[in-house]
Design a protein around this ligand. Sequence first.
Ligand SMILES: [Zn+2]
Length: 371
Amino acid sequence: MTKRQIRKLKKISLLIIILIIIVAILFFLIKLLLPKNNSLNDYSEEALNVIEKEDLDKISKYDYSKTLEVILENNLYNANYLEDYINITYVNQEDFPEKVNKYLEKGYQSNEINNIFKLSLKNQEKLENLTKQKDFSKYLEFANFDINNLERYEKYQKENADKSLDKIVTYVNLNLDKEFYTDTERIENPDEITTLINKYHYVDKDFVPKDLVTLFDSKNGAKMVRVAAEAYQKFIEGAKKDGITLESTTAYRSYSFQNTLYTNYVAEDGQKKADTYSARPGTSEHQLGLAVDLNDPNVSGARLDDKDFKWVKENSYKYGFILRYLEEFVPITGYMEEPWHIRYLGVELATKVYNSGLTYDEYYDLYIKEY
Ligand SMILES: [Zn+2]
């Protein structure tokens, strides 16, 4: 290459570089001067029709938001909340736009509102009747979280720092942060097999289960609800096959009978002690017609021996029963161990409860009660 050729090549290169720079500058200038690729194009006409020109300009500065669109479409736009609308994730839920405004008016931030829409519908309903709640995001992972109990969780957690958060939630839901028999609740459908009855849930004085039948082995007319009585027979027969002899003592007890029992125990031992082994009238599983007390006629001085208890503990669920009152359950049930007391739940549910290792109270709160 001659010197001349080199010089020419250099000139051309320089020219190309200058050209590229000019084009780039022009490109940026045009981009800067022209209005931004407008997010307004993404909104429905219906939405855009309801707002003023100046609001349109504001909106165009943000990316498209489905929440904002439905707010506009429902004519619920409040210019003060524009940024919140943009940050609230749209949820396909009835009354979503109305609810968004309600929560904003209560003073919730957009991130808090996103959390509210992660709550169950039941909790959302409860929340509407409450003033602005504290941050509850750490409870969102618990299906049995109850927004009404938020303050009680916090308080109970402070008092029980050793307990995990899931236990805190369940225990407070079960009212264990309160003394037994405080704030008791009437059971609405006591004929349901899944009914939870305990020191916080009672049935009416006159509640008598439907379809009570006498147990096949009863000498004193002990009765249970038919499905439970049938399962009980299979249970006794199954035990027999394994060399375990069991029989029923009492099963269904009326309110007045329980009342007599309890009153006598209180007279004998005082209320505090009586409460550890006898249910107050209206709160006994026996009134549901789903519980039966067992006895081994070959054992004297106790209802069952260790061999019986072991069998009952390991096999009840196969016949649809659970042991409701075990040693490790005392802090939750408030009753001393009752190896002889079994409760009917049906095979499927009894198996689940057995496998969970939980009290029925906890199981019910976690998996049956709707939150
Ligand atoms: Zn019992």
